[in-house]
Structures are given as structure tokens and as C-alpha cells.
Design a protein around this ligand. Structure first.
Ligand SMILES: C[S@@+](CC[C@H](N)C(=O)[O-])C[C@H]1O[C@@H](n2cnc3c(N)ncnc32)[C@H](O)[C@@H]1O
Length: 334
């Protein structure tokens, strides 16, 4: 029997035995694959030794599934992502489907009612929306459910992009039409909001009068984007293509590969702040490793009090720049 699990995490695949010891859940029988959208959750399942195969991809793996089990609920994912995944499950035509809904019966019924009337209608859940920094071009970005941020600009990301774009265009070594190659690392890129706005604005400010903005950009700006979420990587790759801004987009929950160490002029990151700044710490460790000496690290958060001590672990000096009710933390690598 081939089973696909959707929406499950490593901890869902274990239970306590009579002595309270953790063991793989008794319902895990047969050939089981667990789909994850985030490579972090995929690694957690692989490392848990529960006998379940893990796969991380933006869409559900196509196969001849006997059973698809879907775990969802308002606290686990957005309603739109739930609907999108339900639609993908429907299109896989599994022999059997089970829904494990975590939440109120009423919410479960609301979710199922949305697809009940016309289950074969295939909806497009992607969104296209504009973003720009002052003086820069308007960029149209595409996003998908599950990817940050979907359908709208995130104010924190926008504040970060605005500060970095302004600082780079004011700084002669960066905007100089002597056009030294310049490299940007956008960690936790989501659909690419920050990296594309900064690269596009820098490209315009480096442009020699009367020349095409795209041409110098291609030859002198290197943009690398990293995210742990498969749909963020999918969206950022699509946006790079649609915007004509070349970018290397990497799926990773552990920063950039070692061969990229000491190779970036600028690091930008709008890390998530759950899990007691553990993820912000991974971002800043990557920034310290990946930047060239003299390279500049910019991060953003609502309140600098929590992030500043984490940034100081990696960079001795932290300057705080306020924008849009957010704090952008700037540090230079020695
Ligand atoms: C607050 S969002 C910022 C997205 C985008 N930069 C923006 O400002 O709109 C944080 C992003 O970090 C990603 N992320 C979380 N943990 C990560 C990790 N360990 N490595 C890389 N990216 C991670 C999330 O998937 C999410 O896309």
C-alpha cells in the first residue's frame, strides 16, 4: 500500500508507548512518503529514523497513491494553502483520502464546502502584485500560497529594501559607473521582494546615461537568493525569469554552500522571529561567513531589542536605521 502524507511534520510521526518512550506511530504501515514544503521539515523527517521517506517540493509528487492523508487546520496553514493542497490531492486521484483537521468542526466544514460544489474546477491560487522603492522601477512579483509573502508586500521586507537601495545608491563605490562586479545575498528571499528591488534599483543607479538598464546589470550584479521553502524558491525563480533579473536561487535551511564564503558585498535578510531567534542566528552566521571583509549585513525586525544581541554575536557594531515602524540593523564585516 502506497501512502502519501501531506502537511505532517516529524513529531506527528511518533507516539509514546506504554512506558512513555517515543516510537514511530503505529498507523505508519506500508510504503509511506511524507511531502513537505520546507526543506527543514524534510530533513527533520529524514533524521528521525521513523521509516518514512521524505520529499520536499513545491507541488505534491505524482504517483499511483492508494491513500493520501492530509493534516491541516487554521493554526497549521493558511486557508488558501489548505485549498490549494486539497485541489492538488484531488488531481492526484488517490484511491482513498483522509483528512486530519486540527480545529473546530465548523472550520473543517467551511473548508470542505468550498470544494464540494465543483471539485473538478481547477483554480489558480497564484497572485501578481506590484512593489517598488522610491525612485526605482515598479516590479510585478508573483507569489503562491505558502510562500512569504503571498498577495501583498510585507512592510518589514519593503523597509529593508528601501534602506538598502537608498544606502547603495548614495554610496559611490557601489553605484560607480566604473562598474566593479557587485554581489548580493538575499537569505530567506521568499518570492524575492528584497533582492529584486535592491538589484533593480542598483542597476538603475549604475546605468551610464543613455544605456539600457538591463545590460550593465547582467554583467556586474550577482544576485544569490536562498530560502528553505520550496514554493518560495519556485516563486523567486519565476520572478527572476519574468523580471529579466538573473539570480541563482537555492533551496537550503542552512545558508549558502562553503564555496560561496567571503564572496558577497551585501547581505539582506528578513528572518522569521519564532523559535527564540534560532533562525535569525542561522541567517547571521551565514552573513558573517558569506560576506567579504568590508561587506555589509542588513537585517530587519519590528523591534530591535531581540535581534540586536543576536547580530552582535557575529558583528561587533550594529547601527539601527528606523523605517516604516521597523528597525533595519546594519553591520560591517571586519
Ligand atoms: C519573513 S519571511 C521574508 C521573505 C522576504 N525576504 C520578504 O521580506 O518578503 C522569512 C523567509 O525566511 C525563510 N526561512 C525560514 N527559515 C529559513 C532558513 N533556515 N533558511 C533560509 N530561509 C529560511 C522563510 O521560508 C521565509 O520565506
Amino acid at each position: 500500500m502506497k501512502t502519501l502524507l501531506v502537511g505532517y511534520k516529524a513529531q506527528d510521526l511518533f507516539e509514546a508507548d506504554r512506558r512513555g518512550e517515543r516510537r514511530p506511530a503505529s498507523w505508519l504501515e506500508g510504503d509511506i512518503t511524507c511531502h513537505t514544503l520546507d526543506i527543514y521539515h524534510c530533513h527533520a523527517i529524514e533524521n528521525s529514523s521513523c521509516g518514512v521517506k521524505a520529499v520536499c517540493s513545491p507541488h505534491l509528487p505524482k504517483d499511483d497513491w492508494d491513500l493520501v492523508k492530509f493534516k491541516t487546520g487554521p493554526k497549521l496553514m493558511s486557508g488558501e494553502l489548505s485549498l490549494d493542497l486539497l485541489q492538488e490531492i484531488h488531481l492526484l486521484h488517490p484511491r482513498r483520502f483522509e483528512l486530519e483537521f486540527v480545529g473546530r468542526e465548523r472550520d473543517r466544514n467551511d473548508l470542505l464546502a468550498k470544494i464540494k460544489d465543483d471539485p473538478d474546477r481547477v483554480r489558480d491560487f497564484s497572485a501578481v502584485w506590484p512593489a517598488s522603492v522610491p525612485g526605482g522601477q515598479k516590479l510585478m512579483l508573483t507569489s503562491f500560497p505558502g510562500c512569504f509573502c503571498h498577495r501583498r508586500v510585507d512592510d518589514g521586507g519593503l523597509a529593508l529594501a528601501e534602506v538598502v537601495a537608498r544606502e547603495l545608491s548614495d554610496s559611490t563605490p557601489f553605484n560607480s559607473s566604473a562598474l566593479k562586479p557587485f554581489s548580493i545575498l538575499d537569505m530567506g528571499c521568499g518570492c524575492g521582494l528584497v533582492g529584486f528591488l535592491v538589484a533593480s534599483s542598483l542597476s538603475s543607479s549604475r546605468q551610464a546615461p543613455g544605456t539600457n538598464a538591463a545590460a550593465p546589470h547582467e554583467s556586474t550584479i550577482r544576485l544569490v537568493m536562498v530560502d528553505s521553502h520550496a514554493r518560495a524558491v519556485e516563486a523567486a525563480s519565476l520572478n527572476a525569469e519574468k523580471l529579466g533579473i538573473p539570480a541563482e536561487v537555492i533551496l537550503s535551511d542552512n545558508g549558502t554552500p562553503a564555496q560561496m564564503d567571503c564572496s558577497f558585498d551585501v547581505f539582506v535578510g528578513n528572518p522569521p522571529y519564532y523559535s527564540d531567534y534560532r533562525i535569525a542566528d542561522i541567517f547571521l552566521e551565514t552573513a558573517q561567513r558569506a560576506l567579504k571583509p568590508g561587506g555589509v549585513c542588513y537585517t530587519v525586525c519590528k523591534n530591535a531589542d531581540g535581534l540586536e544581541p543576536v547580530q552582535r554575536r557575529y558583528f561587533p557594531e550594529v547601527e539601527i536605521i528606523r523605517r516604516r515602524g521597523y528597525a533595519v540593523l546594519k553591520s560591517v564585516k571586519n
